[in-house]
Design a protein. Structure first.
Length: 428
């Protein structure tokens, strides 16, 4: 079955979603690479994989088709022409400063190549590879023989590409450590048989100053987008995306709101401070979404200059667009809990269908606030047998409002929650 793209809201029933199950790319990280790779700590691969598998079980139990990006990439590499494969490898290797690597990789079978482009390639795996100055310097400075570095952030599938209406928008990553990801994901989505994504959006030659990542983009309705201008997404790129891509591609889109966020790692994307959890309900970091310290919001409309939405918080804007919205405070009412649970992705929920969400179980005060709003908690751990998991998920999906809280202590150390880890490509 081929999945046709359709994402016109954050809450409509999830039909298909792309994820990446973490693998050897995180096992190859050391503490010396943390700053460069954007991690706060090295992860336990076994624990991270078990938690990710649990999340995928919840997604399937909610009725969604779960596609693995590695499988899509392998299929895409097998289906693409020799010219297209060469173009992809040339771009990746040039980006990594190892131009000579593309030629020997062309001969690798698709499954092996797909795995290598994510998990990394060592010089010793390349028979007869010549010694270069860059290779010699790396061996002398680090003692390893890495030719092509792994991409451990790929498990955060939301960022490199994101679905918008019937297209996939190609992102512009803010850091060199993630620059390969849009190349891999857009190639996989474009060429794999399982996804009908033959037309990509915003895929033209990237300007070095451009930055936009999917964690900053909220599809509020068919008519409205909300985008964070954050540490990872620049204001100039948001405006270019709106005026040169979105307005041209989708006649129904009328407005794009830009939220001006501080450039801080703790709030690197819009979805670290607010996510939609029901048709008129949001989960948010209260100090920034509403109140005296609320972030300023600007509006972009067709053929109009950008302008500030005077005297309005983000919550005010959401209310104007949807009418009668309500916000559940991440961390509850206590300012200390709000700060702590915002850091542990308490505002980063992912919607399976209206009122049915997933969230890390460690955010206990956020979950308590959700329960006060009528959400039933279904707590799921990695030690539960598959049959018991399935039974609990089925019971939860029968509730009008449910929060599936799942073990995520290892995944959350990498700074990303359920929304970060998922790329929906079809909603009902």
């Amino acid at each position: 079955m081929v999945t046709k793209l359709s994402v016109r809201s954050e809450t409509a029933t999830l039909r298909s979603v792309v994820v990446h199950r973490p693998g050897d790319e995180i096992a190859r990280m050391t503490q010396h690479q943390l700053d460069h790779l954007l991690f706060d700590d090295i992860l336990s691969p076994a624990a991270a994989i078990a938690e990710h598998d649990l999340m995928s079980d919840i997604l399937r139990g909610g009725g969604a088709e779960v596609l693995e990006i590695g499988d899509l990439l392998s299929d895409a590499l097998g289906r693409a022409s020799g010219r297209e494969r060469r173009q992809l490898l040339t771009s990746i290797c040039a980006q990594s400063g190892v131009e000579g690597l593309a030629e020997p990789l062309l001969d690798w079978p698709a499954p092996k190549l797909a795995e290598a482009l994510v998990q990394g390639v060592s010089w010793s795996a390349l028979e007869g590879a010549p010694m270069t100055l860059a290779r010699l310097r790396r061996e002398l400075s680090t003692g390893d023989d890495v030719a092509l570095a792994p991409v451990p952030n790929l498990m955060f599938m939301r960022d490199p590409c994101f679905a918008l209406h019937d297209r996939v928008v190609v992102g512009r990553m803010a850091t060199a450590a993630r620059a390969r990801e849009p190349l891999l994901v857009s190639f996989a989505i474009h060429h794999a048989e399982a996804v009908a994504a033959r037309r990509l959006l915003f895929e033209d030659a990237q300007r070095s100053t451009e930055r936009i990542e999917g964690g900053d983009v909220m599809v509020l309705s068919e008519k409205v987008l909300v985008v964070g201008c954050s540490q990872r997404t620049s204001a100039a790129t948001v405006e270019r995306l709106a005026r040169e891509a979105v307005f041209d591609a989708f006649s129904e889109v009328e407005r794009v709101y830009a939220v001006f966020m501080p450039e801080q790692r703790s709030i690197m994307h819009l979805d670290t401070i607010v996510t939609q959890i029901d048709e008129r309900m949001f989960l948010g970091h209260q100090p920034l979404v509403c109140g005296e310290s609320a972030l300023p919001v600007a509006r972009i409309e067709r053929d109009q200059p950008a302008r500030l939405v005077e005297g309005a918080s983000l919550l005010d804007v959401l209310d104007r667009e949807l009418g009668g919205v309500e916000m559940v405070p991440c961390g509850g009412a206590d300012p200390i809990h709000q700060e702590r649970e915002q850091w542990t992705d308490g505002a980063n929920a992912f919607c399976l269908s209206p009122g049915r969400i997933i969230l890390y179980s460690r955010n206990v005060h956020t979950i308590e606030a959700l329960r006060a709003k009528g959400f039933v908690q279904v707590d799921l751990s990695t030690v539960l047998p598959p049959e018991q998991r399935a039974e609990l998920i089925a019971k939860g999906m029968a509730e009008p409002r449910v929060v599936f809280s799942f073990s995520g202590s290892e995944l959350s150390r990498a700074r990303g929650g359920g929304r970060c880890l998922t790329m929906p490509i079809r909603r009902a």
